[in-house]
Design a binder for this molecule. Structure first.
Ligand code: CMX
Length: 475
């Protein structure tokens, strides 16, 4: 069968006419969004001005720090570290968050419970708005409600998707993984990059951060509509609703995805806040930083990060957890005894597979992102069978991993819990879960990228060795 774009050889989603109808509907939706957002396109928050005021002080602080302590030794590198994924090597500067192995993540010094208490909320809601953590990661300050509201309005005004991207996504076969669709579409959006345009026109280095900021704001605004188009296209009717400039980022996202339950919107606010950042060395954050260090624009840098997030040991683990849980339910049946669970877990390990959602390269305790999702579940869905299974596993898996004796951290990470909440509210399509993670991760890695350019961090280029050269070095 011939695709709408004339290519052959890829299994189409619908027959030609149905595909065309779907594409046409999406164009109409996009046009509606475009009209709506255009009416507000002059809206801009004062975030850039606040940042511009902050930068000189921070730049001077770093300059002074480096001139005083630039030659101080902060760590050592062993041969094992070089073969062992650089675990423990102190080699990066990331301003937005810091991960303590025992305590977990802090964003600009604030723990997740502190953020839940102090960041502005949505109307009638109890969970923090992701707009607030973005402001915090960029500026180091807790924003006011009006500052957060102005970011919501700013993002709503920038949310329009380029026509060619909508069309490109409509042309993808729905067998193409949503993360591949997501990263391809983000790369294709690079045509929008103000950074790339300004660089081609010869902008001075002092302006890099400004255009990085502009691209970050545009890209973050466009991610929920893009993710929604992918979701509706892969699993539903291909139609998404229009952006409402009165609503916050998560509320718009939830409704574009097709969810109307206010509790799902609350979950999105929490979800999109806690997945934003996990300091700089994880695969997605490091990739964005690395690719950005070549002065690839924020679209290309973030698309690269998403390809890393799509790996099963990183962000795809949230999908893997659900696949594993479903298999477990199928194998174990309705009466889930501890003994049956233990047998299933040992089978997983003895087959040479990992228990998805458990372990971490840095953390050595239960991930606070797991804990806050568990608290959300205890509050809103205490009797949900899947939540009860996830809780039962929390009682059993760590001891088994300890008994096996390989895993350095036997405790659950963020991905062990997120899928069960999404299932409860009716988002059953686990292939989409990592896209949600990616939309949130943009807030952390792109605010870091703004600081990378503001601090003038150079192209990243660590030294590598062959085994032979290393052997010579140590002998
Ligand atoms: N199940 C079984 N074995 C595990 C394990 C798990 N959950 N976690 C670690 N191990 C194994 C490792 O595979 C490794 O085995 P080998 O020595 O045979 O290679 C050994 O234990 C030591 O690994 P580690 O130092 O404890 O962990 P790493 O820093 O190498 O890896 C991570 C960290 C997250 C990749 C790993 O714990 C894992 O694979 N977990 C399951 C996948 C997952 O949940 N990933 C999501 C992480 C959070 C995120 O980024 O989103």
């Amino acid at each position: 069968m011939v695709r709408i774009d004339g290519k052959r050889g890829v299994r189409p989603r619908y027959c030609l006419s149905a595909r065309y109808v779907s594409w046409y509907l999406m164009c109409a939706v996009r046009e509606a969004m475009s009209l709506q957002t255009r009416q507000h396109s002059s809206y801009q928050s004062d975030l850039k001005t606040i940042l511009a005021d902050l930068l000189p002080r921070k730049q001077a602080e770093v300059k002074e720090f480096r001139s005083q302590h630039g030659s101080k030794v902060v760590g050592e590198v062993t041969v094992d570290m070089m073969y062992g994924g650089m675990r423990g090597i102190r080699g990066l500067v990331t301003e937005t968050s810091l991960l303590d192995p025992e305590e977990g993540i802090r964003f600009r010094g604030y723990s997740i419970p502190e953020l839940q208490e102090q960041l502005p909320k949505g109307p009638g809601g109890e969970e923090p708005l992701p707009e607030g953590i973005f402001f915090l990661m960029l500026t180091g300050q807790i924003p006011s409600q009006s500052q957060v509201d102005s970011i919501s309005a700013d993002w709503a005004a920038r949310a329009d998707l380029p026509q060619h991207v909508v069309q490109m996504v409509a042309n993808f076969p729905n067998t193409l993984h949503p993360m591949s669709q997501f990263s391809s579409a983000i790369s294709a959006m690079q045509l929008e990059s103000k950074f790339a345009r300004a660089y081609a026109e010869g902008m001075p280095k002092t302006k890099y951060w400004e255009y990085t900021f502009d691209d970050a704001m545009d890209l973050i605004a466009k991610l929920p509509p893009l993710a929604s188009v992918i979701y509706r296209n892969c699993y539903h009717d291909g139609k998404i609703g229009a952006i409402d400039p009165q609503k916050d980022w998560s509320a718009n996202f939830a409704s574009m995805l097709g969810f109307s339950d206010p509790q799902f919107t609350e979950l999105m606010r929490l979800y999109l806040t806690i997945h934003t950042d996990h300091e700089g060395g994880n695969v997605s954050a490091h990739t964005c930083h690395l690719v950005g260090s070549a002065l690839s624009d924020p679209y290309l840098s973030f698309a690269a990060a998403m390809n890393g997030l799509a790996g099963p040991l990183h962000g795809l683990a949230n999908q893997e957890v659900l696949v594993w849980l479903k298999k477990l339910q199928q194998d174990v049946g309705s009466e889930v005894t501890n003994d049956k669970l233990k047998e299933f877990i040992w089978n997983t390990l003895n087959n040479g597979q990992v228990v998805p959602g458990y372990g971490h390269a840095v953390l050595r305790k239960t991930d606070p992102r797991y804990v806050c999702q568990r608290l959300f579940a205890q509050k809103h869905l205490p009797n949900d069978p899947l939540f009860r299974l996830v809780s039962q596993l929390y009682e059993i898996v760590p001891d088994i991993l300890l008994e096996q004796g390989k895993t350095k951290n036997p405790w659950p990470n963020v991905d062990a819990h997120s899928g069960c909440l999404l299932q409860y509210y009716g988002m059953h399509e686990m292939g989409f879960y990592t896209v949600l993670f990616g939309v949130s991760r943009a807030l952390g890695v792109l605010s870091s990228l703004v600081w990378d350019r503001a601090l003038g961090l150079p192209i990243e280029r660590p030294k590598s060795f062959t085994t032979e050269a290393l052997q010579k070095m140590v002998s």
